[in-house]
Design a protein around this ligand. Structure first.
Ligand code: GLY
Length: 586
C-alpha cells in the first residue's frame, strides 16, 4: 500500500503540471485568478479614513513617518521618511546601501504599483569570486565585504517614490532621518546585539569599526550614538535627489572604498542603476483582492500559487491538523516551483501564466492526499532558486486611504558589514541571494537554479513580499522580514486577516513554515498544541523547532495596519516578539 502511494504520488506529481499547462494552452488565460491589473476598484475608493496609521520596526521610524504626515505629506512621503529613519536606527536590517520592494495603492485613482528597488549585480560579477581554490563555496566573499554587495537600490527607489507619488520634496521627507543621524539616538537592544555579534567582521574594515565600534566596543545601553557621515549622505540625497549617490561625490567615494577593499563596482554600475515600476501580482481569494510582489521577488508568485491551491478547500470547516496539512502541502509545492523557475524578469522568461493559473493549482491540489504528507522527494526534483531575518517591513495608511507596504533589506545582519569610508553607507550582502554556486544552499537554506544565476545588471531573487489585502469591508497592509519565512508569514497573516483577526492578533499569531527542502515543518515554541502535533505526526510530518537558518528563536517582525471601512477604524500593530517596534494611529 505504502509503495502504491509512493508511485501514485510520483507519477501524479510529474504529469499534473504538464496536464495543467496543456489545459491552459487549450483554454487561454480567460479564467486566471491572478493577473497584473494595475487598478483596485474597491468600495473604499469613495471613502477616506480621515486619520492615518503606521507600523514599523522602530518607534523612531514610525514617529518620523507620522511627523511627515503632520507636515502635509501623504503615505508615500511617510514611506520615504520611515525607510530613511530605519536606515539610521535599524541599520542591521536595511539602509541606503541596500534595496527595497514596495506595493503602493494610490487612493485617488486606485492605482496599484510595485516599486522594485532591488540591488543589481555589478558588470564585473564573477562566479569564481565566490569559490575557494578547491571549488567549494566561499561563504565569506558571498556574505562579507564588498564582493558580497549588489549595487544599492534604496536611494533610487526613495527618489522615485518621492517624485512620482509624494507631495513633499525629499528635503522635507528626509528631515527626520537627517536629524536623528546628526543629533543621535539610543540604539535598542537588537542593534546593540547585532553589532556585538558582528564585531569581528566589523573590525576587518576601518570605516565599519569607526562607525559601529566608536570606543572600540559595541554601543552600551542608554548611550547616545551619532551617524554624521550618513547624515551628510542623506543631506546630499535631500538636496540633489539620487544624482549624488549614483553619479556625484558620494558615488566616487563608494567606488574608491569598494576598490580599496577588493570589490569590483564601477561608476557605470552606479550610473546605470534604475529603480523600476512593475505591475504587481493580483490574486483574488474568497472575495479578497491581494496585491503583492512580482519577480524579482518569489513571494507573490508563491502566495498566489498557495492561495489558488487552498481555494479548493473549505479551511474554516477543518480541524487544526487538517487545515495545517493542506496549507503546508500548498507551501511545499509553491516553494518547489520557486526553486525551479524564478529570477529577474528582465533577464529570465518565467512560466508565470502557468504558475498563477487556477488550472495549474487544480492539478497540484489533486496530488495532495487528505490524510498524508507528501514527501518532498516524491515531487519532481527542483533543478536546484534562492533568497533574512535582517530585513525590515513597515505598513502605512494615510488619511486619504493611500497605502504603502514596504519591505527593505541589506540581507544578513548588518549586511556585508562593510561601510564605505566617508559615506556612512553600510553595504548590503545581497549577492548571496543569487544562486552563486548551483545547487548549494544560501544562508537561508534555499537552493538556486539557473534562472537566478548572477549576471551583469541582473537583480537577485528575493523573498520580500510586501502586500495589500482589500476585502469587502476591511483592508490590510502587511509584510514581515524573515528570509524564506517571509512568504509563509505573509500567507498566514493574510489567512488570519480573512478569518477576521485584528492587526494585533495577526502579528502575534504563532508561525509555521515549510519550504520544500528540508522536508520538515519549522515551528516556533508552542505553535501547535499536543493533539495537533500528534495528528500531523501520524500524517507523516516531521518538525524542527526554530527557523531554517538554525536559530531556535521565534522568527519574523511583522508590522500590520488594518482599516475597517464599515466602522472607519484604523489599527496598527507591531510584532510583540520585538519591543522596539511601534504601531500607531494618529
Ligand atoms: N535578502 C532577503 C530577501 O531579499 O529575501
Amino acid at each position: 500500500m505504502e509503495e502504491n502511494h509512493r508511485r501514485w504520488f510520483s507519477s501524479q506529481a510529474l504529469s499534473l503540471p504538464v496536464l495543467a499547462l496543456s489545459l491552459l494552452l487549450m483554454l487561454g488565460s480567460a479564467a486566471c485568478a491572478a493577473d497584473a491589473a494595475p487598478r483596485s476598484a474597491p468600495s473604499s475608493l469613495a471613502q477616506r479614513p480621515g486619520h492615518a496609521a503606521i507600523a514599523s520596526a522602530n518607534f523612531l521610524a514610525t514617529n518620523a513617518g507620522l511627523e511627515v504626515l503632520a507636515r502635509g505629506g501623504n503615505a508615500f512621503d511617510a514611506a520615504v521618511a520611515v525607510a530613511a529613519a530605519l536606515s539610521v536606527v535599524e541599520p542591521e536590517s536595511s539602509g541606503l546601501g541596500g534595496g527595497f520592494m514596495a506595493v503602493l495603492h494610490r487612493a485617488k485613482d486606485g492605482r496599484d504599483v510595485f516599486i522594485d528597488a532591488r540591488e543589481t549585480a555589478p558588470a564585473a560579477v564573477n562566479s569564481k569570486d565566490y569559490l575557494n581554490p578547491d571549488g567549494s563555496p566561499n561563504r565569506d566573499t558571498a556574505l562579507k565585504g564588498p564582493l558580497s554587495a549588489g549595487i544599492p537600490g534604496e536611494p533610487a527607489g526613495l527618489a522615485l517614490i518621492a517624485q512620482r507619488y509624494g507631495k513633499l520634496p525629499l528635503r522635507e521627507s528626509l528631515a527626520p532621518a537627517i536629524r536623528i543621524a546628526r543629533d543621535g539616538f539610543k540604539p535598542d537592544a537588537r542593534l546593540r546585539d547585532a553589532i556585538a555579534e558582528e564585531q569581528k567582521n566589523l573590525r576587518r574594515w576601518p570605516a565599519s569599526a569607526a562607525k559601529y565600534l566608536p570606543a572600540d566596543a559595541p554601543p552600551v545601553a542608554g548611550a547616545i550614538w551619532r551617524d554624521p557621515d550618513q547624515a551628510r549622505t542623506l543631506e546630499l540625497l535631500a538636496a540633489h535627489g539620487d544624482a549624488d549617490f549614483y553619479r556625484g561625490a558620494t558615488a566616487k567615494k563608494l567606488i574608491a572604498a569598494v576598490h580599496a577593499a577588493g570589490g569590483n563596482w564601477s561608476m557605470a554600475d552606479l550610473a546605470s542603476y534604475r529603480a523600476k515600476e512593475r505591475a504587481p501580482i493580483i490574486v483574488n481569494y474568497r472575495g479578497y483582492r491581494i496585491i503583492t510582489a512580482p519577480p524579482p521577488s518569489s513571494g507573490g508568485v508563491a502566495i498566489a500559487e498557495i492561495l489558488n491551491i487552498l481555494s479548493g478547500y473549505d479551511l474554516g470547516q477543518l480541524d487544526q491538523a487538517h487545515r495545517v496539512h493542506y496549507i503546508v502541502e500548498a507551501m511545499r509545492r509553491a516553494f518547489r516551483d520557486h526553486n525551479d523557475y524564478l529570477g529577474d524578469p528582465d533577464f529570465v522568461k518565467m512560466p508565470l501564466q502557468m504558475l498563477l493559473s487556477p488550472y495549474y493549482a487544480d492539478g497540484l491540489r489533486q496530488s495532495i492526499l487528505p490524510d498524508k504528507a507528501t514527501p518532498s522527494s516524491m515531487l519532481p526534483a527542483a533543478e536546484a532558486a534562492q533568497p533574512g531575518m535582517h530585513t525590515t517591513h513597515f505598513s502605512i495608511i494615510d488619511a486619504d486611504g493611500n497605502m504603502a507596504s514596504v519591505t527593505s533589506t541589506v540581507n544578513y545582519t548588518l549586511g556585508s558589514t562593510f561601510v564605505a569610508a566617508g559615506t556612512g553607507v553600510l553595504l548590503n550582502d545581497e549577492m548571496d541571494d543569487f544562486a552563486l554556486v548551483p545547487n548549494q544552499p544560501n544562508v537561508y537554506g534555499l537552493l538556486g537554479s539557473v534562472a537566478n544565476a548572477p549576471a551583469p545588471g541582473k537583480r537577485m531573487l528575493s523573498s520580500m513580499t510586501p502586500s495589500i489585502v482589500i476585502g469587502p469591508t476591511r483592508t490590510a497592509v502587511i509584510g514581515s522580514p524573515g528570509g524564506s519565512t517571509i512568504i509563509t508569514q505573509v500567507l498566514e497573516g493574510i489567512l488570519h486577516f480573512i478569518d477576521g483577526q485584528s492587526a494585533q492578533q495577526i502579528v502575534a499569531d504563532k508561525r509555521y513554515h515549510h519550504q520544500y527542502l528540508p522536508d520538515v515543518i519549522f515551528v516556533e515554541p508552542d505553535t501547535f498544541d499536543a493533539a495537533t502535533t500528534a495528528e500531523l505526526g501520524r500524517m507523516g510530518y516531521r518538525f524542527r523547532l526554530g527557523d531554517p537558518w538554525g536559530s531556535n528563536e521565534a522568527w519574523g517582525f511583522m508590522n500590520v495596519v488594518t482599516w475597517n471601512r464599515s466602522s472607519n477604524r484604523l489599527d496598527a500593530a507591531s510584532d510583540p516578539r520585538h519591543p522596539s517596534g511601534l504601531g500607531k494611529v494618529q
